[in-house]
Design a protein. Sequence first.
Length: 865
Amino acid sequence: MGEISQETVEKYLEDHPQFAKAYFDRKLRGEAAGEISEPGGAQAPARASFPGLTLMEEAALCLELLEALREEAGSVELAAHKALQRLAQLLRADRCSMFLCRARNGSPEVASKLLDVTSTSKFEDNLVVPDREVVFPLDVGIVGWVAHTKKTFNVPDVKKNSHFSDFMDRQTGYVTRNLLATPIVTGKEVLAVVMAVNKVDASEFSKRDEEVFSKYLSFVSVILKLHHTNYLYSIESRRSQILMWSANKVFEELTDVERQFHKALYTVRTYLNCERYSIGLLDMTKEKEFYDEWPVKLGEVEPYKGPKTPDGREVMFYKIIDYILHGKEEIRVIPTPPADHWTLISGLPTYVAENGFICNMLNAPADEYFTFQKGPVDETGWVIKNVLSLPIVNKKEDIVGVATFYNRKDGKPFDEYDEHITETLTQFLGWSLLNTDTYEKMNKLVNRKDIAQEMLMNHTKATPDEIKSILKFKEKLNIDVIEDCEENQLVTILKEDLPDPQAVDLYEFRFSDFPITEHELIKCGLRLFLEINVVEKFKVPVEVLTRWMYTVRKGYRAVTYHNWRHGFNVGQTMFTLLMTGRLKKYYTDLEAFAMLAAAFCHDIDHRGTNNLYQMKSTSPLARLHGSSILERHHLEYSKTLLQDESLNIFQNLNKRQFETVIHLFEVAIIATDLALYFKKRTMFQKIVDACEKMETEEEAIKYVTIDPTKKEIIMAMMMTACDLSAITKPWEVQSQVALLVANEFWEQGDLERTVLQQQPIPMMDRNKKDELPKLQVGFIDFVCTFVYKEFSRFHKEIIPMLNGLQNNRVEWKSLADEYDAKMKVNEEKKKQEEGNTTEKGKMESVLTSCKVAESQAELNLTTRA
Ligand SMILES: [Zn+2]
């Protein structure tokens, strides 16, 4: 073997690539590269791009890096760490670091990711875990400056550089003298800043170092870009999945806001990439209901002074939905959450609801402004780390709720992409709310409702012939068209045909509609308006009054109980309370007029089923009104009638008077919702207490009339007294009406069984009809007695109602006792057959039946009306 020439070697290697690779792998990998790069450790060829490296060596280095890239594709930090190790070696830098750039809350920032990397340091020691990150805004330090300017900086002496911050040095005790820092940029975006610190064998990094730095960093750049692209891709797919889902949803006809909300969040939960999130739903009522304002107006409750949403609503989370995605997936619904619930106690959701800001916080428990729970929030042992909270806004820009996301699954803080993706979601949620309870859809619904009502009106509005059946101008005046009649002529002929109030007991609490036909009741109604002298005073054209009264009658459906007869009875009782009961003294003629009219209308278009049934059957009415569903419908219907000028009995009032009437309609009709009964009970009692103590009647009148709130409360209670008045009627009447009520309940029970496939409550279960007397006694004791007792105390003229009630209680009680006795006998028999009975056992059964009676009475209350 002679001398081997360079050509021979080259040719051999070219012919045997496998050998060449294996050789250089062995020879040039890892530590070997370090030795080679030592000065003098190898020849320095002229074309070398890395200092001290031959092309061959450089190729090997690149190969190594590419392998690292392939192997560590899953972990960007691990791959970057390898690159930084080599970089420290090549540049003869004391150490290298990498900072990631991101944006939160709309501001860019840099965060430490790999610190103090040397050629031999361990990855685990250099990696900065998310909760120990050091985060800078871009206006602090050279790293921030690099990210901001997107330029490479070679700083020979940090002390002379105005951007240098010794913050990190003070924390670590390390002294930075000189450095080389460069951004890694993709497009316009800075992904990271890589920094080499303190040149080992010189006072500063050279121009040549800069070149090596930039060349070598292309690899780090590739790693980061690859990772970033992957991340963006997953963001995009998450986003598009959410959007795809959203798009589908829009076409769905939706019924219940909350159910939809819940469905939405549940569907997208896997894309949210966080350990937990909670949705706080905000009460949307801008103006409080009149019955909730009463205690404030009476000075019993302090006016609200807490935080408000930008559109002026009190910040009130009425429900929290808590989605737990770590460990065992679970969803918790917390209705009326207490203020110290872990999702609310920090004050962050309230803050977001108040300001509408997106808040992205890392290491939330350390925050000073908000007080997040520091320890585990529940038995799962889970703790809050990073929090992203944002408002859910509908198209009207009202904040309808707050979504709060906790702890990104990879442990990193939420970044701008998370902000975007959650914003997309919450935006959609806000829009979806729109489908059911806000503008566009609402308008559509209102339109639909208007159309439906218009159609209905054509059928219900009294026809000229129907009016003629009461207002007999043709027969009596021999005039063909009503327009040709004088108003006073019409009044005269109408009065002639209306029943005598005394003859039909119109002034009596004991009045019964049984002997009177439904058509005749229309005339009775007209008579009542004439009796309170409002027709002349408020210039009500009798033709309009007749048409309105007849139309109201037609507005009532032919259901078993809530029909025109019930509507009329409530009007008649209102009249009797005002006149015979002398409650009129607190009210103006206009108010009395409105109260009487509202009483006649109060159950118009009732469907013979209660509010609960509307909700359970998701009737269109339930979609329209959130609470007091039927009552709001009766109100809307009544107001719609008045919009037709030929039906507007208030047409000659001025604007302010008309507004008063509408307001009284609202209070009076909504007040018939028995679910609101408890809200007014004690307030009414206090008024009665105060009046009882007064020396003179004038004093009491002044005490009440000076305060519109007191008048409203009394009126609301009067509506209840009217609505329940059947319970005070003579026994022959009450016993029959009670059966009508019961029958309507049983019919609803049948519907629940057949349509909803649910077991009705005992009150609505016709198989338990024998329990009716017991239910009546319970209803009298738990609801009615208070109403008539207080009214009797208020005005002794009303005592007949209380007497009637107490008499009926005796009757129902004896029937209930009879039934109980019968049942007891049956039971005794059964027990005797079985053998031993103990006193304790008897006692228990008595107690149980008491409890059953009590709970039934309660049910009775909430489901009645
Ligand atoms: Zn009613």
